[in-house]
Design a protein around this ligand. Structure first.
Ligand SMILES: [Zn+2]
Length: 236
């Protein structure tokens, strides 16, 4: 069950096309997993459409995120993935990755927008950060946000770290917990600068998260410098 959602302002900005693209990526991923927020998004679009109909005709960028998708499509040159944009209503699970021999099963059932990123970054390069954690940075064609997968083994503990910039995490597979609670597939977490946390994956399965980072995090644990997943990240 999804308990953590983008706030109303973020959904409003997303619907208006004014949310920065890194946050849009995270919100879009969440929308494809969360029927509740999809409904809210549809309602906001309906309201926006009604307002536009009452005003003078004008060209309005209603979905900045569509531009990102268009760019990814161009880079991929893959015709099989029909682009309908992030506002499309889809029922999860949303299979996006065709089954291939030797394909990584954890990537088999991702939100469409994330699947596109994976396709444009194949083959993914996984960096082993610790016995519990592997990360894979995703090239996105922009330099304001760092986008990466964080992959925690069953029961794995990630070094404690805090944040110098905002970070959004969307749980894509499995679940993890920290001092504040348990987070499951679809949960959307916004970490503000100064938040400290230490994720621990639950025991039942591997956990995969999408992280969108505005600035690097710094390590707070005594051995964190050895294992911090974000040390390779650079401010842009
Ligand atoms: Zn939601």
């Amino acid at each position: 069950m999804i308990r953590h959602h983008p706030d109303q302002n973020m959904l409003l900005e997303y619907a208006a096309g004014s949310l920065p693209w890194g946050m849009s990526l995270a919100v879009s991923s969440h929308l494809q997993l969360c029927p509740q927020c999809r409904q809210q998004h549809e309602d906001l679009n309906d309201i926006g459409g009604a307002l536009l109909n009452e005003s003078e005709p004008q060209i309005v960028e209603t979905d900045a995120f569509a531009k990102l998708m268009g760019r990814l499509d161009q880079e991929q040159h893959q015709a099989q993935d029909e682009d309908t944009g992030p506002t499309e209503v889809e029922e999860p699970p949303v299979p996006t990755q065709p089954k291939k021999a030797g394909a990584d099963p954890i990537l088999a059932n991702l939100p469409k927008v994330v699947g596109k990123l994976v396709s444009s970054n194949r083959p993914l390069k996984w960096k082993r950060v610790s016995s519990a954690l592997r990360t894979s940075r995703l090239a996105t064609g922009q330099d304001r946000y760092e986008v990466a997968f964080q992959r925690i083994c069953r029961g794995g503990r990630v070094a404690e770290h805090d944040h110098r910039g905002r970070e959004v995490t969307v749980v894509l597979v499995g679940s993890f917990s920290d001092a504040d609670g348990v987070y499951c597939r679809g949960d959307f977490l916004l970490r503000e600068p100064g938040d400290v946390h230490r994720p621990i994956a639950t025991q039942d399965q591997e956990c995969l998260c999408l992280s969108v980072l505005e600035a690097p995090v710094k390590v707070t644990g005594p051995l964190g410098w050895l294992v911090n997943p974000f040390l390779s990240f650079r401010p842009n």
